[in-house]
Write a protein of this length. Structure first.
Length: 487
């Protein structure tokens, strides 16, 4: 495990402190960093929400959340020490109520790092930032963290960015995408730029195609109102999956400086082949799950989960994309994500080209091209598949064999959650793993023709049974090209 470097003293202000994200991710991540002594009891976590509750009342809720979400890492004594850092303020983010009291508390320590984490609805980002600035809460050591989604199309993303950017300098804005905090995603940089064996092969001459899959077994899980306004495209593909594509396809930055890395990612987004409506039928498949079974358990369809008799929102999307650069000319990137699929898995498949010629007789077996698997979840790691000879004296028989790296086993330590890394990067002021405004808008700009087409001509997504890998059309999408999904 890398050495844990302590961060400066801070007052971490969390808006939306009674919400699911705070209880499920933010407080557990801060607890783990406290337990590992990355910060000490000179720091504070200032919870802010509209609910009327005392400090002790909020700490009781927080303890219940920690007990539920940190599970085996729950240590009663450490939890009590951690909760002593937590205070609560009732604040109306969009109004005036509670702001003087919040600022009075924060101004007790004007010189510490002051991150504001906006775990709220995006329509509150602008009002909260205006209130922070109007009440003198924006210091040189302030940072403002924006959760996704930032908008639901290009126009709304620009409106949010304009509202926030009018009062908060871009250098103090941290647009978070938790996928970028996953160790395996960061290892993409090390894999490519610290190992000549891969970087020399990372191009159209050697790679046949790339697959990126983010599959979930769950349905909308009480998020039906949000999800039905978003769908798989807005919820996953436009942000998480495109960010993974950028890291796979970008050129080497000149350094690990935040803007150097984000400049290269932006070039990839701008190099994506434009989406043309006349080509949608052959390159994009939308689906919506119906009743079925996941892991042997019967589950209802999307409309039943939603409690609505009609919806054209997609819970699955598969598409083919191209990056118009010399490195990736005519290499297809197959992207797919969906709910109620057979496995919870996020992985990247780098499929290398087949050997141009074989010297082996037919009875030796079929030569399968090399494949690099990069798994983000559930168990983060990598697997390189190559052809080897079966041991024994019975003749020459070839079969694919994998070289496996499980990061948790390799380093013999607990694997930190992505939010743990990102929350501490905010305190450090390191924006490398966060999105810049032009990145967000370039991603929306690329999917805009597709979103407009769906708005102009609403079509019912193709049905697929829960527990399957999506509509059969998604299989046809890749098999028309003589390829197949890795499952």
């Amino acid at each position: 495990m890398a050495k844990i470097v302590p961060v400066p003293q801070f007052d971490y202000v969390v808006f939306g402190a009674t919400g699911d994200l705070t209880m499920r991710k933010l407080l557990p991540s801060l607890y783990h960093r406290f337990r590992d002594r990355q910060f000490d009891d000179r720091c504070r976590i200032v919870a802010a929400a509209r609910t009327e509750i005392s400090d002790d009342g909020y700490r009781a809720r927080a303890e219940e959340g920690l007990r539920q979400f940190v599970k085996a890492d729950f240590d009663a004594a450490t939890v009590q020490d951690f909760l002593r850092l937590v205070v609560y303020n009732r604040v109306d983010g969009a109004g005036e109520e509670g702001w003087p009291e919040l600022m009075e508390r924060l101004n007790e320590r004007p010189d510490v790092v002051r991150p504001y984490y906006l775990a709220t609805s995006p329509d509150l980002y602008g009002p909260i930032c205006r209130n922070i600035e109007a009440h003198g809460g924006l210091t040189p050591k302030s940072r403002v963290v924006l959760e996704k989604p930032i908008g639901r199309d290009l126009a709304s993303a620009r409106a949010i960015n304009d509202a926030v950017g009018a009062v908060v300098p871009e250098a103090q804005l941290f647009r978070i995408d938790h996928y970028l905090g996953k160790e395996t995603v960061q290892n993409l940089m090390a894999l490519r730029f610290a190992n000549t064996i891969f970087e020399r092969l990372w191009n159209a001459d050697m790679i046949d195609h790339v697959q990126i899959t983010v599959a979930e077994t769950v349905g909308v899980e009480g998020r039906g109102g949000y999800y039905d306004r978003s769908g798989a495209m807005r919820d996953m593909l436009q942000n998480h999956i495109l960010q993974l594509l950028c890291l796979l396809a970008m050129e080497s930055p000149v350094s690990l400086d935040a803007d150097a890395v984000r400049d290269e990612k932006l070039k990839v987004l701008r190099a994506l082949r434009p989406l043309v409506p006349s080509e949608f039928a052959g390159t994009i498949v939308r689906g919506q799950y119906t009743a079925g079974a996941v892991n042997g358990q019967p589950v209802a369809g999307y409309l039943a989960d939603l409690g609505d008799g009609a919806s054209t929102t997609e819970t699955f999307i598969a598409m083919k994309a191209y990056v118009n650069t010399w490195r990736w000319a005519n290499v297809p990137f197959y992207l797919r994500t969906g709910k109620r699929l057979p496995q919870k898995v996020s992985e990247i498949v780098i499929q290398f080209r087949s050997p141009p010629f074989t010297i082996f007789p037919g009875e030796a077996g079929n030569l399968e091209p090399n494949r690099l698997l990069i798994r983000l979840q559930p168990e983060e790691g990598m697997r390189l598949e190559m052809m080897t000879k079966e041991p024994g004296p019975g003749g020459l028989h070839l079969r694919p064999t994998g070289l496996d790296i499980s990061f948790e086993k390799a380093f013999n330590s607990r694997y930190p959650d992505a939010y743990e890394r990102l929350l501490m990067d905010v305190v450090r002021g390191n924006a490398t793993l966060f999105m810049r405004r032009d990145e967000v808008e370039a991603a929306w700009n690329w999917v805009e023709p597709l979103l407009e087409s769906w708005e102009d001509k609403p079509e019912t997504p193709r049905p697929y049974a829960a527990g399957s890998w999506g509509p059969t059309a998604a299989i046809a999408l890749i098999e028309r090209d003589g390829r197949t999904w890795y499952e």
